[in-house]
Design a binder for this molecule. Structure first.
Ligand code: PLP
Length: 475
């Protein structure tokens, strides 16, 4: 189902505005202005609301009733169903392709692998979105804002899923042209094929994601193109709804842990903001702890938060260790490198917002190896869910935290599966392959030495007897 906003000029609702996250600056801007950072101090911006003037339901369970309005495209969306909690656009202007019809799945098969008691591990399966990843939650919000502003072109740098999502929204709604920047050889075929098929203008930069991100910001500024990367605060408003759906599925009971992979740190930032606002509105009385999981080949957040003690500190972030670490990466030519290509990012743009989320939720950060990621991915697959490597970092991270005793077996844990299994079949096939050359070529360079949970295909001669014998032997 496609519902697009009518084309007309920007409308200021003034119930929503943009605000600098730096408390010393705190500058505010109209929501009709287009900024990728605070014009005064260069910090990130939030979308802020005048909650006193917004009719927010008194109880969260009122949102469940919205779901029954199946023919109303706004309430049919798993994002816009919660419109009152992200009311930056009038309802008749929102863009939706039916995103957010995702479910929280309770799984003892994966729970056992993580070390949880039965009934305690849940997977929020965001791969079920129209473009196959969580990005659609944010993209419908960003494209809504872009269309209100009358944007003709929207751009992003991408490790693949953002571009697939943007390309889908642009082609499905025909509201604007998608321009995507990708690093060379750094995008899985599943994701690239989506962007190409949906007709996005695809610009391949000789460099990695961090290079592409720098360039797209420059180009967007120079040409006045609407930027949909997660520096865009409107996009993050849509991603808050992943947490609303998690709570809804848990009958509005707050879990103990949310475990999420960390790349550019948009999700963790959005989740933190969701809980800050729900608490401020009195809709929840406690918040879960957020665990952000880096791949060890792209572990800037882990390095800064866990090793160098960088904290949000009420907004007074000590920038020295951050600058020093960035300089060190430049000096030593450190580049992100992980099989989990979606989180292969060394300069996360939402770092400060994520630090804020970690402080608010008493969160932790861990890093997991590619071996741990692929083993966890195989267990998720065997549990019947299926996700791309980056997503499995959440399950590998939960297992690590469980082993450390930070998470206890009886805690209620929600791991976010951010992208669908079919996004990156290369890694999956290489893990399960019987061909040692393919295994070592694809995974060996990443330090993956074994596939403990591989489900290898069996080779048999093309003879009925042999085929029957093989099946009787194995199944
Ligand atoms: C599948 C998947 N998981 C995780 C991430 C990282 O999310 P974030 O940038 O919000 O940390 C991405 C980002 O591209 C992704 O595509």
């Amino acid at each position: 189902m496609i519902h697009t906003a009518a084309q007309h000029n920007a409308v200021r609702t003034d119930l929503a505005f943009q605000r600098c996250i730096n408390p010393v600056c705190g500058a505010t801007y109209d929501s009709s202005e287009l900024h990728t950072s605070c014009p005064k101090c260069s910090n990130l911006l939030d979308v802020a609301y005048d909650w006193d003037r917004i009719a927010v339901p008194k109880h969260l369970n009122e949102f469940e009733a919205m779901w029954s309005q199946r023919t109303n495209p706004v309430r049919f969306s798993g994002v816009w169903r919660f419109h009152e909690l992200l009311p930056f656009a009038p309802q008749d202007r929102v863009v939706t392709v039916g995103e957010g019809q995702t479910l929280l799945q309770q799984t003892d098969a994966v729970g056992e692998y993580v070390g949880m008691d039965n009934g305690k591990l849940h997977l929020q399966y965001e791969g079920m979105n129209p473009s196959g990843s969580f990005k659609d939650n944010g993209m419908c919000a960003a494209v809504t804002h872009a269309s209100i502003l009358g944007a003709q072109r929207a751009a992003c740098a991408s490790t693949g899923n953002t571009s697939a999502s943007l390309a889908l929204y642009c082609s499905a709604t025909r509201l604007m042209k998608a321009i995507i920047f990708i690093g060379s050889g750094k995008i899985s075929y599943g994701k690239l094929s989506q962007a190409l098929d949906y007709g996005a203008l695809t610009v391949q930069i000789a460099g990695d994601f961090d290079d592409a991100m720098l360039r797209v910001r420059e180009v967007a500024k120079e040409l006045g193109i609407y930027l949909v990367n997660s520096v865009n605060p409107f996009r993050l408003e849509g991603q808050k709804t992943i947490m609303f759906r998690v709570l809804e599925a848990l009958r509005w009971e707050v879990p103990d842990w949310i475990v999420v992979p960390g790349g550019n740190l948009g999700n963790s930032s959005a989740f933190g903001k969701a809980f800050m606002e729900l608490k401020e509105l009195g809709l929840i009385d406690r918040v879960p702890r957020i665990a952000v999981i880096n791949a060890s080949g792209a572990d800037t957040l882990y390095e800064l938060h866990e090793r160098r003690g960088v904290r949000w500190n009420g907004g007074h972030v000590n920038m020295d260790p951050i600058v020093q670490y960035n300089d060190q990466m430049d000096r030593e030519g450190i580049k992100a490198d992980t099989i989990a290509s979606a989180i292969e990012i060394n300069r996360p743009v939402n770092l400060k917002k994520c630090l804020r989320a970690l402080e608010f939720t008493d969160g932790v950060v861990r890093q997991v190896s590619d071996q741990e990621i692929l083993d966890a991915k195989a267990r998720v697959g065997a549990g019947g869910f299926g996700c791309e490597p980056a997503s499995a970092a959440s399950v590998a991270g939960a297992k690590m935290l469980r082993r450390e005793g930070v998470i206890s077996a009886s805690d209620r844990v929600v791991c976010i599966l951010t992208g669908h299994e079919l996004k990156d079949p290369t890694a999956t096939v290489a893990y399960h392959t019987t061909d040692q050359e393919v295994f070592h070529k694809t995974l060996g360079s990443r330090g993956v030495t074994k596939a403990s949970f591989a489900n290898k295909a069996i080779a048999v001669p093309n003879e009925l007897d042999n085929i029957i014998k093989a099946i009787q032997l194995y199944a």
